[in-house]
Design a protein around this ligand. Structure first.
Ligand SMILES: Cc1cc2nc3c(=O)[nH]c(=O)nc-3n(C[C@H](O)[C@H](O)[C@H](O)COP(=O)(O)OP(=O)(O)OC[C@H]3O[C@@H](n4cnc5c(N)ncnc54)[C@H](O)[C@@H]3O)c2cc1C
Length: 425
């Protein structure tokens, strides 16, 4: 069957930042475009979560290419100069740039790449190469494939599989806001991360008078963006982390969570200031913080949602709301392997595919046909993996592995942290 020609040497699926970075570096390395199949009809980046004033949590220098190839034409600097906005951008002195600007940058970069919009890949089969299907149609055959499917909202099990009027996913909030007329009634945001914070701000700005913010941790933890925290987001740490035993990796990840899943200090300040000013002007209790609560059961009756919450201090309590916004995190989108292909992929103890050093999956025909995955290697490659920080570094490792040469050199030599040896002599 090898006798069939491949339509593509390598194909990428999903045109989020991960595969845009890959496509940019791939073309930079070989001069040929990398075809990227994307299900949405045009460029988009977490559009439903583009809440007003949202800021990127990552430096714009960590764009699609610059950390490994600062001379690449798809750098953020080239983008901002070529839009004619560079002086205004510099004068605005952003500590963190608007997420909208980053989304525009991604769309600009995508315009220079081979993105095939409106093409969802819903099944990948193996027949001496990968067969990619969408809508029951064969889209093409490829020798290697790179998945960059991103994430989908994680919904706590007590909310799944039922219709509860008043319960809204965070990414639908902006679209639904104009219909939510009952602004004196309690509106609860569930989820103590950045998206939860942005939903709280959106509700306060929209004139809700009784917003309640609920989170599982004992406080609404700020994002740790300190220099030592950022040491986890360096290629040198990546090399150290991947060499650790699995149990150690999992323990360290849970210790490092505030460097990735915390709330930006600016968002926390905005929330506290909005509460202060609203109460100063109009009295009442515009915002209540409810940390240390985990929703474990939910019911709805007569337009009221009742939630039973487990408390970090032990015991339970009930909370009622007219509107409930779920900002309860995200989980990797499933890989669309057909049953036969899925059988050939090695899984770890948790049932997840085993990701090897250069982001390829361990599977039966890996010696000839590589499957790479982006943004689903947190447990093997560290806390940086779901973030934008080392996007171009990960893409460079994949390009180097695909071409079996050092197309991009990854340099991180000025280090002065000596991480503890996991195999002391
Ligand atoms: C609102 C929000 C803000 C964030 N802000 C930051 C930040 O400031 N800093 C940071 O470091 N991280 C941030 N993150 C985390 C992370 O960096 C982003 O989620 C980032 O977009 C991940 O990129 P990705 O390319 O892996 O996935 P995604 O951006 O999710 O892209 C995946 C793409 O694949 C497409 N797709 C999925 N399935 C298929 C299919 N079967 N066929 C074809 N196409 C498919 C999707 O349509 C999508 O376009 C943020 C996350 C969210 C949700």
């Amino acid at each position: 069957m090898s006798r069939q020609r491949y339509d593509f040497d390598t194909v990428a699926i999903g045109a989020g930042p991960s595969n845009l970075s890959l496509a940019a570096l791939y073309e930079g390395a070989c001069g040929r475009p990398l075809p990227v199949f994307e299900r949405s009809p045009g460029p988009t980046w977490h559009e439903g979560l583009m809440l007003p004033g949202a800021r990127l949590q990552t430096s714009w220098i960590k764009d699609l290419v610059s950390l490994v190839d600062p001379r690449h034409e798809l750098s953020f600097l080239n983008y901002i100069v070529s839009t004619g906005r560079v002086y205004a951008f510099l004068n605005a002195q952003f500590d963190a740039i608007p997420r909208l600007e980053y989304a525009r940058y991604l769309a600009w970069a995508a315009g220079h790449l081979d993105i095939r919009y409106g093409t969802a890949v819903d099944r990948v089969a193996y027949d001496d190469g990968f067969e990619l299907y969408g809508g029951g149609r064969l889209l093409g055959r490829a020798r290697h494939v790179v998945f960059g499917l991103g994430t989908r909202p994680h919904v706590p099990s007590c909310f799944t599989g039922r219709t509860l009027p008043g319960v809204i996913l965070a990414e639908h909030l902006m679209g639904r806001l104009p219909d939510l007329t009952d602004r004196d009634a309690p509106a609860v945001v569930v989820g103590g991360g950045q998206t939860g914070a942005e939903c709280v701000l959106a509700l306060l700005r929209a004139g809700f008078h009784d917003v309640q913010w609920m989170g599982r941790r004992h406080w609404f933890a700020p994002l740790d963006d300190s220099p030592p925290a950022n040491d986890f987001y360096r290629p040198s740490y990546l090399g150290f982390f991947t060499g650790l035993p699995e149990a150690t990796r999992r323990r360290l990840l849970s210790e490092q969570v505030a460097t990735s899943d915390g709330v930006s200090m600016s968002s926390l300040q905005e929330i506290y200031r909005a509460e202060y000013e609203e109460r100063l002007e109009n009295g009442g209790r515009p915002l209540t913080l409810l940390p240390g609560r985990d929703v474990v059961a939910v019911s709805g009756r007569g337009g009221v949602v009742t939630m039973r919450c487990r408390l970090t201090t032990g015991g339970h309590e009930f909370r009622e709301a007219r509107h409930v916004v779920l900002a309860t995190g995200r989980e990797p989108a499933p890989l669309p392997f057909d049953a036969e292909m899925a059988e050939m992929v090695e899984l770890d103890a948790t049932g997840e595919p085993v990701v090897e050093q250069h982001y390829s999956l361990l599977w039966k025909h890996a010696d000839q046909h590589r499957v790479f995955v982006q943004n689903r290697a947190r447990f093997t490659h560290g806390i940086n993996d779901p973030n934008l920080s080392l996007l171009s570094v990960r893409a460079a490792y994949i390009v180097n592995a695909l071409f079996e040469r050092e197309a991009y050199r990854i340099r991180d030599e000025h280090t002065f942290t000596v991480w503890p040896d996991s195999h002391p002599r």
